[in-house]
Design a protein around this ligand. Structure first.
Ligand code: F58
Length: 810
C-alpha cells in the first residue's frame, strides 16, 4: 500500500471533505470524517483487491471457501487501517485535525451478522487467511437486521431491531452481474433417457434472486485483499435481456410476495445455543448454499480449464457448523441435473470438496428438519438427501454388521426428521471439533458410531483469535509495550510472544505492564461512569464475564457468588477484602426465559449492592448493555480475571478465554473447552481451575445427576442465597426469580451450579490473596500473555490449511 504520512493524510482528508461533503474541517461532523477516511482507505484497498482477484484468476491455486450463516465482523475502519499499515498515522492525523480517533471509529455501526463465538470465529479466520496470503473467502448472508440491540429497562432485557444499514455501509460493493437465481418449492419431473438413465427436471418453482455484496478482507501489511461475499435476496425484475433474469410480473406487482422474498435475507436468527425448525431459517440456509455453490462453480469454470470432475483439486469448502450443510446435496444436484454426472461420479467429487466443523454437543442445538417441510420447500434437494440416506444405510447394513442395531442413530433421515450433522459427516471428507476435549467427546460419545465408521475423517482444530484485532487494535498500549520489550517480530509471528517469559520476573518491567492495565481499567471505568453513572474503583479487581447468556455458561454461579460476598459484608461490615468489580456483558436469546431471568437477577443484585452504604464501594456489579464486538474491544484490555466457568463438557472451546489471556487477564475456569489447553501451557500456578471435570459431569448425567437438595440443606451459604431469591429479597416480590429457584431445587440443578459453588468460592479466595501480592500477580499475567501466541487464529488457520484444505500461500 502507498505509505501516507500524517501530513499527506491530513491533506487528503481535507481535500475529500470538500469534494465529497462540501465542508471545511471546522464544519465537519465525526460522521463526515468517518466517511472521508473510509473512502481513503477504500481507495488504498481497491488496487490490491483487484490485483489479488487477478492473481487468483490465473487458475494455479486451490482456494478455500468458508460458508457460514454468520460473520460477526464488528467495525472495520480501525482494523482496515491497521492492516493497511495506516492506523497510527490516521490516529495522529485525526488528532491534529481536532478529532478523537475513538469518536470517529465509533461512527461505524458494529456489523453484528452473527450471534457469538461461531460468527466471530468466522471473522477471525477471514482476517488470518488474508494476513497469511491464503486464497480464502467467506460466503454469508447480508441480513438487513443483525443481532438485536439490547436495552436494559428496569433490569430487564428489551430487544430492539438492529437496522445496521440505516447509513450507507462504506465497505460493501454491490455486484449485480454476479447475481444468481435460487429456486424453492415447485415439482420434480423424472424422464427416462435413451440410455435408460434418469433425468430430472425441476419445474414451477418460486424464484428468488441472490445479489452479492462484497466486502474486502484486508491482510496485514501484505497487499492481499480477499473477499467476504454476502448474499441479499431480491425479487426478480423484468427480463433485462441477459437471459438470466426471468420476467415475473405476477410477483413484481405483489408486494406481499416481494416482502416474503426479502425476508429471506431479512434478519439473523438470534438463538445461539438452541435450534428452532422454522421454515424461514431453512430458506435462508438453502439461499446461502445455492448461491454460493453456483458462484463457486462459475469461478471454477472461468479460472481453471479443467473438467468439473477435478473440482476438488482447486476447491475446498468448509462448512461452519451444520447450517450450510445443504451445500452437499446442492452440489450433487448441479453436478447431476445440470452437468450430467452419474450419482457415483457426483458423489466422488462432492465428498472430496466438503469439510465440516462442529461447534457444539448440546443436543438442543443439533439441527434436524421435518422431512415434510424439506420435501415441500426443496423437493429436489430432499430427493437427493433421501438417496444419500438410502445408500448410506445400505452400506452399513451390508458392510458394518456391528452397527446394524444403531442404524436409526446414524441414518440421515430417521423418524420423520432430516439430521443435518449426520448429512454433514457422511458428505464431508473432514469432521473437526474446535478444542481437544470437544473433539474427544465427539469421537468417544456424541459421534462415536460415525467415528467407528470413518476414523480418518475426525480431527481437532483448536480455535483461535486474531491477535491483530484483539491485541494490536484493541490494546495498542500493551502491544507497544510488548514491542518495546521483545521487538516487533511477534506481530507477524505471534508465537514469539513467548520471549516475554524471560522478563516475567523483572519487577521494573512488569510494573510497566501493571501501568498499562491500570490505564485500560481507567478507560473502562470512565465508560462505565458515562453509561451507568456508577463509579468503580480502578484498583479493584476487574472480574469479567462476557459472553452470550446461557445456563451452561453459568452466569448464575457468578452472581450467586456475588450475593454470597454481599451477605458476608453485611454480616461483617469491617471485613478487610480486596475491592471487586464484577462486570457482565451478555445477550439472551429473546425467547430464552431462564436466561432473561438471570439478566434481571444480575441487574437487581447490582441495584442493591452498588448503593448499599455498608458495602462502602468494596463490591460493585456492572451489567454493560448491548454486549457486542466493539464493547468487547473496550472491556477485554481492562480485565484482571476472565470468568470461563461453563459446566465441564459443555463449552466446545470458547474464544473469549483466549482474548482475555492475550490481554493479560488470569483465567478463572473449569476444565472445559480450550481452558484445558490454556492450562496445558500456563499450569495451575498461572490460572485458577476449579470444579467438576467433564468426566465427572458425564458420569453424573449417566447416573441421573446428583442431589442438589442435599447441598441446599447442608450448606448454609447456599441455602441463604437461594432463600433470598425465593423470599423476594432480591426482587419486587417473591415470584420474580422463582424459575431460577425451581430449576435448581426441583429440576435438580442440571448445570451443577450448587455442586461447583464451594470450589468456585475457594478459587475466588485464592484470587483475592494472589491479587494482594503484586509481583506474583504481574508475573502470572505476563506469563499468560507470553503463552497466548498459540491461540492466534493464524496458527489455527495454518493448521486447517495444511491438514484439511491443502492450500498454499499465494
Ligand atoms: C460456539 N458456538 C461454541 N454457536 O459454543 C463455543 O464454545 C466455540 O468457541 C465457538 O462456537 C466457536 O467454535 C456458537 O457460537 C452458535 O452461535 C450457533 C448459532 C446458530 C444456532 C445454533 C448455535
Amino acid at each position: 500500500m502507498t505509505q501516507l504520512t500524517v501530513d499527506t493524510l491530513k491533506q487528503e482528508i481535507l481535500r475529500k471533505l470538500i469534494s465529497d461533503k462540501g465542508r471545511e474541517v471546522k464544519e465537519a461532523t465525526s460522521k463526515d470524517i468517518y466517511y472521508v477516511l473510509a473512502s481513503i482507505v477504500n481507495e488504498e484497498i481497491k488496487q490490491q483487491w483487484f490485483q489479488t482477484r487477478k492473481n487468483y484468476r490465473d487458475g494455479k491455486n486451490k482456494e478455500v471457501y468458508y460458508l457460514s450463516m454468520e460473520f460477526l465482523i464488528g467495525r472495520m475502519l480501525a482494523s482496515n487501517l491497521l492492516n493497511c499499515g495506516m492506523l497510527d498515522t490516521a490516529k495522529e492525523a485525526l488528532r491534529e485535525l481536532g478529532f478523537e480517533p475513538e469518536d470517529i471509529f465509533s461512527e461505524e455501526h458494529d456489523a453484528a451478522l452473527g450471534n457469538g463465538g461461531l460468527g466471530r470465529l468466522a471473522a477471525c479466520f477471514l482476517d488470518s487467511l488474508a494476513s497469511l496470503n491464503f486464497p480464502g473467502h467467506g460466503y454469508g448472508i447480508r441480513y438487513r437486521y443483525g443481532l438485536f440491540e439490547q436495552r436494559i429497562i428496569h433490569g430487564n432485557q428489551v430487544e430492539l431491531p438492529d437496522y445496521w444499514l440505516k447509513n450507507p455501509y462504506p465497505w460493501e460493493t454491490r455486484n449485480e452481474e454476479e447475481a444468481v437465481v435460487i429456486q424453492f418449492h415447485g415439482d420434480v419431473h423424472m424422464f427416462k433417457k435413451n440410455d435408460g438413465s434418469l433425468e430430472f427436471e425441476y419445474r414451477n418453482t418460486d424464484k428468488v434472486m441472490a445479489v452479492p455484496y462484497d466486502i474486502p478482507i484486508v491482510g496485514y501489511e501484505n497487499d492481499t485483499v480477499n473477499t467476504l461475499r454476502l448474499w441479499s435476496a431480491e425479487v426478480i425484475h423484468q427480463n433485462n435481456g441477459d437471459g438470466l433474469l426471468e420476467a415475473s410480473k405476477e410477483y413484481y406487482h405483489d408486494l406481499d410476495h416481494q416482502h416474503s422474498i426479502e425476508q429471506i435475507s431479512g434478519f439473523l436468527y438470534p438463538d445461539d445455543s438452541s435450534y428452532e425448525g422454522k421454515e424461514l431459517r431453512l430458506k435462508q440456509q438453502y439461499f446461502l448454499v445455492s448461491s454460493s455453490i453456483q458462484n463457486i462453480l462459475k469461478h471454477f469454470k472461468q479460472n481453471h480449464h479443467l473438467p468439473l470432475s477435478r473440482l476438488a483439486e482447486k476447491v475446498v469448502i468448509q462448512i461452519n457448523d451444520t447450517h450450510p450443510s445443504l451445500a452437499i446435496p446442492e452440489l450433487m444436484r448441479i453436478l447431476m441435473d445440470d452437468e450430467g454426472f452419474s450419482w457415483d461420479n457426483a458423489w466422488a467429487v462432492t465428498t472430496n470438496v466438503f469439510a465440516y466443523t462442529n461447534h457444539t454437543t448440546l443436543s438442543e442445538a443439533l439441527e434436524t428438519w421435518s422431512e415434510e417441510m424439506m420435501q415441500n420447500l426443496l423437493p429436489r434437494i430432499y430427493m437427493i438427501i433421501d438417496e444419500i440416506n438410502e445408500r448410506f444405510c445400505k452400506g452399513i447394513w451390508f458392510d458394518h454388521e456391528e452397527l446394524r442395531d444403531s442404524i436409526s442413530e446414524l441414518a440421515v433421515i430417521a423418524h420423520g426428521r432430516v439430521h443435518m450433522a449426520r448429512l454433514a459427516i457422511v458428505g464431508s471428507f473432514s469432521v473437526n471439533g474446535v478444542a481437544r476435549i470437544h473433539t474427544e467427546i465427539l469421537k468417544k460419545k456424541e459421534m462415536r458410531n460415525f467415528y467407528t465408521l470413518y476414523p480418518e475423517k475426525f480431527n481437532n482444530k483448536t480455535n483461535g483469535i486474531t491477535h491483530r484485532r484483539w491485541l494490536l487494535q484493541a490494546n495498542p498500549k500493551l502491544a507497544d509495550l510488548i514491542t518495546d520489550v521483545i521487538g516487533p517480530q511477534w506481530v507477524k509471528r505471534p508465537k514469539q510472544l513467548i520471549s516475554l517469559l524471560k522478563y516475567s520476573n523483572d519487577s521494573a518491567l512488569v510494573d510497566k505492564f501493571d501501568q498499562v492495565k491500570h490505564e485500560n481499567k481507567k478507560v473502562l471505568a470512565n465508560y462505565i461512569h458515562q453509561h451507568l453513572g456508577i463509579t468503580v474503583d480502578e484498583r479493584s479487581i476487574f472480574d469479567v464475564q462476557i459472553k452470550r447468556l446461557h445456563e451452561y455458561k453459568r452466569q448464575l454461579l457468578n452472581i450467586f457468588h456475588v450475593i454470597y460476598l454481599y451477605n458476608e459484608l453485611k454480616d461483617n461490615p469491617n471485613q478487610d477484602i480486596t475491592p471487586r468489580t464484577f462486570i457482565f456483558g451478555a445477550k439472551a436469546a429473546p425467547s430464552y426465559h431462564l436466561a432473561k431471568e438471570v439478566i434481571k437477577l444480575i441487574n437487581t443484585v447490582a441495584s442493591i449492592v452498588n448503593y448499599d452504604p455498608d458495602v462502602r464501594d468494596r463490591l460493585k456489579v456492572i451489567f454493560l448493555e448491548n454486549y457486542n464486538v466493539s464493547l468487547a474491544e473496550k472491556i477485554i484490555p481492562a480485565a484482571d480475571i476472565s470468568e470461563q466457568i461453563s459446566t465441564a463438557s459443555k463449552e466446545a472451546s470458547g474464544t473469549g478465554n483466549m482474548k482475555m489471556m492475550m490481554n493479560g487477564a488470569l483465567t478463572l475456569g473449569t476444565m472445559d473447552g480450550a481452558n484445558i489447553e490454556i492450562h496445558d501451557l500456563v499450569g495451575d500456578q498461572n490460572m485458577f481451575i476449579f470444579g467438576l471435570t467433564a468426566d465427572e459431569v458425564l458420569h453424573y448425567y449417566q447416573h441421573g445427576g446428583y442431589h442438589a437438595r442435599d447441598l441446599y440443606n447442608t450448606d448454609d451459604r447456599i441455602k441463604r442465597v437461594l432463600d433470598q431469591l425465593n423470599q423476594g429479597e432480591f426482587g419486587v416480590h417473591n415470584i420474580e426469580f422463582k424459575d431460577i429457584y425451581y430449576n435448581i431445587l426441583y429440576h435438580n440443578d442440571p448445570y451443577f451450579v450448587l455442586k461447583d459453588f464451594e470450589p468456585y468460592l475457594e478459587a475466588h479466595e485464592l484470587i483475592e490473596r494472589a491479587y494482594r501480592n503484586r509481583n506474583t500477580w504481574l508475573n502470572m499475567s505476563v506469563t499468560n500473555i507470553a503463552y497466548s501466541g498459540k491461540f492466534s487464529s493464524d496458527q489455527t488457520v495454518q493448521e486447517y490449511a495444511t491438514e484439511i484444505w491443502k492450500i498454499k500461500k499465494v
